[in-house]
Design a protein around this ligand. Structure first.
Ligand SMILES: C[S@@+](CC[C@H](N)C(=O)[O-])C[C@H]1O[C@@H](n2cnc3c(N)ncnc32)[C@H](O)[C@@H]1O
Length: 212
């Protein structure tokens, strides 16, 4: 029993990496540039990201080929972009070309570590790739740790029901309740289309200035 758990986690991790790598080899991974649902989702994510005013130091988690990075970058004095797949970072970096205010890092959201604090973190359609709810919680805690007091976190995800249907451990509602344990939810909205697979929640959170 004790040795099965890590093996399962590694297996899930490897399968996820293979799937992600395959998707990231496509012309338009996840159709983030061409699908009207995804474009509207990015428009709403950008609106939520800009709601706090000017952005000094932002973190984007899970950039794929840079479709949202390209929208967010012009509004940030500094931007750190992380993704667990090297190909994602390479593609996003190529797309953004000469942008010295962006730092690119290949890292798993759970292991990402820095002494910096961010006044904005954006993490959308990423956390359901993690192996189980414990990993999702660890990732949430890691992100809350690097969020500056008074800073904002924009979260997005397919809803629980779709994530379960796709074989993931959990989705939006589960992670939103984890985030609500330490952050203050400021705004929430739903993006959906006619397709059953296109239904996500977006939420903006603020970190209390005197967080525990
Ligand atoms: C569906 S894309 C989402 C792209 C973008 N965030 C958006 O909302 O349009 C998921 C991205 O998250 C990355 N990802 C998945 N698991 C991750 C992890 N554990 N740590 C960091 N990035 C991860 C994938 O490699 C992929 O580029």
């Amino acid at each position: 029993m004790i040795t099965t758990l890590p093996r399962c986690t590694n297996l899930t991790l490897n399968m996820n990496h293979q799937l992600l790598n395959r998707e990231l080899a496509a012309d338009d991974p996840w159709q983030l540039d061409t699908n009207p649902f995804e474009r509207e989702r990015h428009t709403q994510m950008l609106r939520l990201s800009l709601a706090q005013g000017s952005i000094t130091n932002a973190l984007e988690v899970g950039c794929a080929a840079g479709a949202f990075t390209e929208k967010l970058a012009p509004y940030c004095q500094r931007l750190t972009v992380i993704d667990v797949v090297a190909r994602a970072i390479a593609r996003a970096r190529r797309r953004l070309k000469e942008t010295p205010h962006i730092s690119w890092i290949v890292s798993d959201v759970q292991q990402f570590s820095t002494n910096e604090l961010f006044d904005l973190i954006v993490v959308a359609e990423v956390l359901y790739y993690l192996g189980d709810k414990a990993e999702m919680r660890a990732a949430v805690q890691n992100l809350v740790r690097v969020l500056a007091p008074g800073g904002h976190l924009v979260f997005g995800s397919a809803r629980d029901a779709n994530c379960w249907r796709w074989g993931h451990a959990a989705g939006a509602e589960t992670v939103i309740s984890m985030l609500n344990e330490t952050l203050i939810e400021v705004e929430r909205l739903e993006c959906r289309s006619e397709s059953v697979n296109e239904d996500c929640l977006l939420a903006r959170f603020r970190k209390p200035v005197s967080a525990p």
